[in-house]
Design a protein around this ligand. Structure first.
Ligand SMILES: *Cc1c(COP(=O)(O)O)cnc(C)c1O
Length: 488
């Protein structure tokens, strides 16, 4: 894509002496000296001088260096970078929603409260759960909320316990959320099919275990076929099952976690339900739960049906508030617009098409790139660099070369249990032509790996910045023009 290839100087290099964007009149009746005193600067600030048109063009050009779902294919596995329908934005910008202040009296925000209740009900219907809180601001925040609810539930029973079990195929936020909630994390191995090893689970499961966090489909894109059994094993020991539902895009209308024995879970509205993410806006990670977890959900709770809505603060067993006001309200509205515009059948079709697209990529690239787990996958597919190893080409080289062809690279080196992983999630949004182009380019890169590995080692060739030293970039970032050793 052309936009990835623009070179743009920094604004300090563009600035020049004597240029101006605007001429301010001399202040009348107030001598400049009168506003100086101790508030005055000793020197003029070191900001570049430019005309208005230069500023506008500079930032417009910079904005074109960006790449988003509105630019092209964005197959970032585990992130569900689907299209964000523009009708969602229209709904979220309706005056009654946009200007609603969270401290208005209930009588003035009945519509907003009703919309929140509608979304809660829709999410319960999709997940097979009994209750839902829209407060968490992201997936990881939903996890934290869910684990806090597990702790509160067990504490009420007399003992919060000390351990959360996490499979080695889990998303990295799961152990972090558990540790943040004061739990010790114990890993459970996967078996050769990529699912939780039930013997390994039985070996670590005892009365110290508070619960298990299961990503489903897991980060290999594989549905945990034993989830009902896992839930039964946990419940037998008085432990609870948390499901990381960020990947619900694979299951909508097909399977309901509430019916699979899950006690509490989160959803990523900014993945499955099409609200922007990745710099496109704040997220939202509602938590859905079964009835026995209800007393512990965050307060306040939207209350009232049919008639008049209000917020119920009288929740003595609640974990309390976990977000300012009621979560990212306008984001939740976008998800509601998405759900209502697709309807139940549309959501099911979205999941089917997402799974179809991933499996089309899988079948088309099988043999060209190695597939480490050969179990059937759902919404995403994982390859690695095993077949390219003999030419000295790695996953990083392949990802960087994709940029030369205008394609955003997939997620790489994740999940950690796959060596050199390339994790591709096309989503249901992409046309067959777009996916075919990706497949064609991936095949071409596999040829290049054989014939001219150097071309790949040095990719990307065509971008304003070439191959970065990513370790150095993270450890020694230069955040200010002129602020580091590599000035200029
Ligand atoms: C994205 C993701 C998360 C984290 O969600 P955030 O909104 O980034 O906090 C957790 N689990 C899985 C499986 C995910 O894909």
């Amino acid at each position: 894509m052309k936009t990835l290839r623009i070179k743009e100087k920094s604004i300090f290099e563009l600035g020049g002496e004597g240029k101006r964007g605007i001429d301010l009149p001399e202040p009348e009746g107030l001598a400049p000296a009168a506003i100086r005193g101790s508030a005055a600067r000793a020197e003029a600030p070191d900001v570049p001088d430019l005309s208005e048109v230069e500023v506008v063009r500079h930032f417009t050009r910079l904005s074109k260096l960006n790449y988003g779902v509105d630019d092209g294919f964005y197959p970032l596995g585990s992130c569900t970078m689907k299209h964000n329908p523009k009708i969602n934005e229209v709904v979220a910008s309706l005056d009654g929603f946009k200007w609603a202040h969270p401290m208005l009296p209930y009588g003035m925000v009945q519509g907003s409260l009703k919309a929140m209740k509608m979304l809660e009900k829709a999410l319960n219907e999709i997940t097979g759960m009994d209750g839902c809180s829209l407060q968490p601001a992201a997936g990881a925040h939903g996890e934290l909320t869910g684990v806090m609810m597990i702790r509160a539930y067990l504490e009420k029973k007399g003992n919060p316990r000390s351990i959360i079990l996490i499979p080695d195929s889990a998303h990295g936020t799961n152990p972090a959320s558990s540790a943040f909630s004061g739990y010790q994390v114990k890993e459970v191995a996967s078996d050769e099919s990529g699912c939780v090893d039930l013997n390994a689970l039985a070996n670590v499961l005892d009365e110290n275990v508070a619960g298990m966090m299961l990503t489903n489909p897991n980060t290999l894109g594989i549905f945990e076929k034993n989830i009902r059994k896992i839930a039964d094993m946990l419940h037998e020991k008085g432990a609870l099952l948390y499901m990381d539902g960020a990947n619900m895009n694979a299951m909508m209308g097909k399977a309901r976690p509430g019916e699979l024995g899950v006690d509490v879970m989160h959803l990523n509205l900014h993945k499955t339900f099409s609200t922007p993410h990745g710099g496109g806006g704040p997220g939202s990670g509602p938590v859905c739960f079964r009835k026995h977890m209800d007393p512990f959900q965050p307060a306040p709770v939207v209350d009232g049906d049919g008639g008049s809505y209000k917020l119920d603060w009288n929740r003595p067993d609640s974990i309390g508030k976990i977000h300012g006001f009621y979560g990212n309200f306008l984001v939740t509205l976008k998800a509601l617009a998405y759900i209502l515009s697709l309807g139940g059948d549309g959501l099911e079709k979205a999941s089917e098409d997402a799974v179809l697209a991933a499996n089309y990529v899988r079948a088309s690239l099988k043999g060209v790139y190695h597939i480490p787990f050969d179990a059937p996958t759902l919404h995403e597919v994982i390859f690695n660099d095993k077949l390219q190893e003999e030419f000295g080409v790695s996953t990083l080289d392949i990802a960087k070369r994709l940029i030369d062809y205008g394609i955003h690279p997939p997620t790489i080196y994740f999940p950690l249990i796959v060596h050199g992983a390339l994790m591709v999630e096309p989503t249901e949004s992409e046309s067959k032509e777009e996916i075919d182009y990706f497949i064609q380019i991936m095949k071409k890169i596999a040829e290049e790996a054989k014939e001219s590995p150097k071309l790949l080692h040095e990719a990307p060739h065509d971008t304003p910045v070439r191959r970065l030293d990513e370790t150095k970039a993270a450890r020694n970032p230069l955040l200010r023009y002129g602020g580091g050793k590599n000035d200029g």
